[in-house]
Ligand binder design. Structure first.
Ligand code: ZN
Length: 435
């Protein structure tokens, strides 16, 4: 890591703990006095702001959930006078009512500081040109990447998603060095770049991927197709400002998150008790300085784990693992809990297949069946399909305790999309819907 950093903070563990406790006390007092919804929640739980004396007292606070956001529509958890609000963003609202989140100017400033840290951690400089292929408008993604790029001092190329021809033209003509998109979109772009023989005209060095994680195998594919040097997952969600809540470092061993801005707890989604250190559970976040819509023990439904120990990159900020799926995406297959991310991890160990996959669940004669379709690696011969399918099936069984029929299909046969690719098709009559 660079010895002098403009945005990344350096804290001792004691300094960080002090910042977190001060932020927690401030947030609880702020929410209790500014928001009727929070005040009622604390009253019901029998807790007063002055009861928060240590970081351990966090566990006495009630959780907030997506229902709290919906109940408070259109301005849920609003904890400041309306005149202090300068902006709103909303999530796509594919499930039920839109989640609307509000921002004060200080919230916007904190958000762009977080994003600037991400660009610094990704190794960018003010000379970088950042093509932003994420959604603008109500969505946080485009706005977040752009605010951060300008605050950081790099040049933003604000394209938005889709429109492949324009994307390719700008990548080449603007001499773009960094692309921010979903991993699915980068794969599409890479395949177009290959088709048009544009790789040598690109100056791309870095990709930053939001909203879906990418595997080492995908990173290798992006390096081949786009000529990049490295790629990083960025974390974030609308509720927590937007993208930029943390970033992978070059060690690619988890995501450093801004623990001076929010606290992460990992809880068992059933009992809401903390899991053992290093175990997978639901990420629950508490903001430390968010004014307009503070989050107190907000259940993200994202599954991950905290990574113990110090990172080899030397950055003294804690890490969580990549998001392994949503607690809502959990597939219950013959009594076993499976997350799509676990299937991706197993497939990532095989050289003969691409990074694309699709899971289909069916029910026949009252029994569940799972088929996992994988793509033969580019240029590989179909003669090895049977042995490959058997090996993948055995490894899925060994690691996930689930038997799946593995089907090897031609390279490029599985659907690609601009956004999150739909990985699970659940055709069981009464099966829980999985995305
Ligand atoms: Zn690191």
């Amino acid at each position: 890591m660079q010895s002098s950093t403009r945005f990344l903070p350096h804290y001792t563990p004691e300094e960080l703990a002090t910042i977190q406790l001060d932020g927690l006390k401030w947030t609880v007092r702020h929410a209790a006095t500014g928001s009727d919804a929070y005040a009622a929640k604390f009253r019901d739980a029998g807790i007063r702001p002055e009861d928060i004396r240590s970081l351990d007292d966090l566990r006495h606070l009630p959780c907030t959930s997506v229902e709290d956001l919906r109940d408070g529509y259109p301005f849920p958890l609003l904890s400041v006078p309306e005149r202090n609000v300068v902006r709103m963003h909303a999530s796509s609202g594919t499930t039920g009512k839109r989640k609307v989140l509000t921002y004060t100017q200080k919230d916007v400033n904190d958000w762009m500081e977080m994003m600037a840290r991400c660009y610094e951690l990704a190794g960018l400089t003010e000379l970088d040109r950042i093509q932003i292929c994420a959604g603008y408008g109500l969505w946080t993604a485009g706005a977040g990447f752009q605010l951060g790029a300008e605050h950081f001092g790099a040049m933003a190329v604000p394209v938005g998603p889709g429109n492949m021809n324009m994307q390719l033209q700008l990548l080449v003509d603007m001499g773009v060095t960094c692309m921010c998109s979903t991993a699915s979109m980068a794969l599409l772009m890479g395949e177009e770049v290959e088709k048009h023989g544009l790789r040598d005209s690109l100056r791309l060095r870095t990709c930053i991927f939001g909203s879906e994680t990418h595997t080492p195998k995908m990173r290798q594919r992006f390096t081949e197709l786009l000529g990049i040097e490295d790629s990083f997952d960025i974390s974030g969600m609308t509720e927590l400002y937007g993208p930029g809540a943390g970033l992978e470092c070059a060690a690619h061993d988890g995501i450093h998150y801004w623990a001076d801005m929010y606290i992460v707890e990992i809880l068992d989604p059933e009992t809401l008790e903390p899991v053992q250190p290093g175990e997978v559970g639901e990420m629950v976040v508490t903001t430390l300085r968010k004014e307009a819509a503070p989050l107190i023990r907000y259940r993200t439904h994202d599954l991950t784990r905290l990574i113990p120990g110090e990172c080899s990159c030397g950055l003294a900020l804690p890490r969580h693992d990549k998001i392994m799926g949503r607690s809502d995406d959990m597939i219950i297959f013959r009594g076993v809990n499976i997350y799509p991310g676990q299937i991706a991890a197993v497939l990532g160990d095989f050289d003969g297949i691409s990074s694309e996959y699709q899971v289909t669940l069916a029910r026949r004669d009252g029994r569940d069946f799972m088929t996992v379709a994988v793509e033969r690696a580019k240029g590989a011969h179909s003669g090895g399909d049977e042995a490959l399918a058997t090996a993948v099936g055995q490894e899925l069984h060994r690691q996930l305790m689930a038997r799946a029929a593995v089907q090897v299909v031609d390279h490029g046969a599985l659907p690609r999309s601009f956004g999150k690719t739909r990985r699970v098709i659940d055709d069981r009559e009464n099966g829980c819907a999985a995305e």
